[in-house]
Design a binder for this molecule. Sequence first.
Ligand code: SF4
Ligand code: SF4
Length: 268
Amino acid sequence: MLESSSLNEAIISLLDSDSENRTPAGDKIYDQPLVGFVDAADPLFEKMKDDAIIGSVFRLPGEWLPGAVTIISYFLPFTMAIKKANYKINEPSEDWMHARFLGEKVNDKIRNLIVRMLTESGGRAIAPVCEPDFAYDHDRGLSNWSERHVAFAAGLGTFGLSRGLITEKGMAGRFGSVITDLNFPPSIRSSEVYYKDCPFLIDKSCGACIDRCPAGAISEEGMDKAACKGQIEKLDQFSGAIRDKYSYPYSACGKCQVDVPCENSIPD
Ligand code: SF4
Ligand code: SF4
């Protein structure tokens, strides 16, 4: 029987050995992962269909994979080199762009690795974001599967004012998940409250991401998706050369995820 620890070890091994877990300059993109598990029948998934959370566009685990039993969710934190490169204000850092796009290729490899391990163990498994019917509405910033919300359900973290997920390894990185009909014990969720670890949302004692955002997209009310999208489009004027050279489809920002108290850990 496949142990949960084997999945963790396989992800670490891929991150250590895969040459694509490097920027063109040779910097490592991801540090060691966090892995969590959540029961496919967890009532939290039904709640995600609520407009106040994701909305009816969200598809339940069993709607992706009939007979779904467990979701494996993971967080791939960016290395300090990648994060520091993005400390500068405004312009996208070249390394952050590589981490966004090359890093997502590595993330897909990890999704495929987990699917393969589960199927070789006799189960069925899919990674929703790799499925042909995965849909992301760029205008509304909504998708029918949300890696961050699934990571919350799997106990990997809670949301911050900037709407990123604050994990014990911080916020800057990428998330992934796989649905399977194999059974793994669920992780313990530290909180049923979506915003437990962001000091601003507890007593207004942080708010660093408000100042970090060059577009003014983050306020005491949260993050304005339209303003964030507008800023990313605006950044295209700075990133044309790198996008042309590497065929990256758009720019990346992420200033709100670095040089802030939740960058590397849960803030005190
Ligand atoms: S920077 Fe501060 S206010 Fe913003 S999400 Fe992180 S902890 Fe919360
Ligand atoms: S990604 Fe950039 S524009 Fe969007 S909220 Fe974060 S800092 Fe602001």
